[in-house]
Design a protein around this ligand. Structure first.
Ligand SMILES: NC(=O)c1ccc[n+]([C@@H]2O[C@H](COP(=O)([O-])OP(=O)(O)OC[C@H]3O[C@@H](n4cnc5c(N)ncnc54)[C@H](OP(=O)(O)O)[C@@H]3O)[C@@H](O)[C@H]2O)c1
Length: 334
């Protein structure tokens, strides 16, 4: 079977497409014929800058896959051949809080990833995919969607009528928009592009702000919330946007810090002054993934797939992410 491999720190074009032996499932593993893999900013960073992440060569990139079970180990009870599944970002985090063992089980990081024709998954590291989704759609769920779900529904305790702030229109933010609208919340979203903001309105965004045209976007967020600030912020920007996000979030509100898109330094005083709950979030566990899938199925929500690339052209997907022209998710069909 063929798999892409990170074999150096030379970036996207140095990704190698190599033959590997067909994997054989152990007693508690399933063999999955991968039909689609979506890419996340984290996968791009891993390919472009593998050394600080401790990547061992050769390493298969990508955390997100959807496919069909083709073989199951002798002790497997959760799945059978023919089942449609998605892998869990963390192979060892079924429920409860995250721990070091879970952290050491990330696909496309500590472990080989899924940009391959076949992958082995732990049976407790996979979920059934909602029946209304194609493989390309389901492949977008394991990282971006689950992170947004964990931030908004679990950490943020989102309820109807609450207000959410989303930064940019990448994969994680657009899932944040879809999940927040599903939960009956009001959404304020920023982007560098008016055309993307228009698309966000089409998905239900209540208020839009161009962060290039309005560099002090946090002041506009405060204005749009009657001086109060938002209840929950999905912080995809990182150090370069966090101080503004603190200003944009209400006293006692929640900021889920997930992103590393922008550099800078942070003055943490506002976190204390406003009694803000600043929570680092790293994707989510399998129980959350199953809850989210149930909600997506009940509400017939379809992920926003911007473009689908063919397996042989996978490198182009990472170049597209680097160009940042996309809205929602970029997917590779396998
Ligand atoms: N911790 C976790 O578990 C977790 C999970 C998923 C993602 N993340 C992180 O979240 C971030 C987004 O990931 P992604 O996969 O959604 O990436 P993506 O699809 O590549 O999204 C990137 C988008 O972010 C927006 N952006 C860039 N700079 C910005 C800025 N200064 N202010 C506001 N928006 C800005 C841009 O939107 P516009 O084009 O609209 O301007 C850009 O298109 C990354 O840092 C990623 O590592 C973390």
């Amino acid at each position: 079977m063929r798999a892409y491999e990170i074999i150096s720190a030379d970036g996207i074009d140095a990704l190698a497409l190599n033959e590997r032996p067909e994997p054989v499932p152990g007693p508690h593993e399933i063999l999955v014929a991968v039909r689609a893999s979506s890419i996340n900013y984290r996968d791009l960073s891993t390919i472009e800058d593998p050394k600080p992440r401790g990547i061992v060569y050769p390493r298969i990139p990508n955390s997100d896959a959807a496919g069909e079970v083709v073989a199951a180990g002798s002790a497997v009870t959760r799945f059978k051949p023919g089942d449609r599944v998605a892998g869990c970002f963390f192979q060892r985090w079924s429920d409860g809080g995250i721990d070091a063992a879970a952290m050491a089980s990330a696909l496309g990081g500590a472990l080989d990833g899924v940009l391959a024709e076949q992958v082995l998954l732990r049976e407790d590291g996979a979920v059934a995919i909602p029946g209304h989704l194609s493989f390309e759609e389901a492949a977008t769920l394991p990282c971006a969607a689950l992170t947004a779900w964990n931030c908004l529904l679990e950490q943020g305790g989102l309820k109807p009528g609450m207000t959410v702030l989303l930064l940019g229109t990448g994969g994680a933010s657009i899932f944040g928009l879809q999940l927040a609208k599903m939960a009956g919340a009001r959404v304020i979203i920023t982007s560098s592009s008016d055309a993307k903001l228009e698309r966000a309105r089409g998905l239900g965004a209540d208020e839009t702000i161009n962060y290039r045209a309005t560099p002090e976007w946090q002041a506009r967020v405060v204005e749009l919330t009657g001086g109060r600030g938002v209840d929950v912020t999905l912080e995809t920007g990182g150090a370069g946007t966090l101080e503004k996000s603190i200003e944009a979030t209400r006293v006692g509100g929640t900021i889920c810090l997930i992103g590393v898109l922008t550099g800078g330094t942070i003055n943490p005083v506002g976190v204390m002054r406003k009694s803000i709950r600043l929570q680092g979030v790293y994707v989510g566990n399998r129980r959350m993934f199953e809850d989210m899938n149930a909600a997506l199925a009940a509400n017939r929500v379809h992920p926003v797939v911007d473009r689908v690339f063919e397996f042989d052209d996978a490198r182009a997907a990472y170049h597209a992410m680097r160009a940042a022209g996309h809205f929602g998710k970029l997917v590779i069909r396998i």
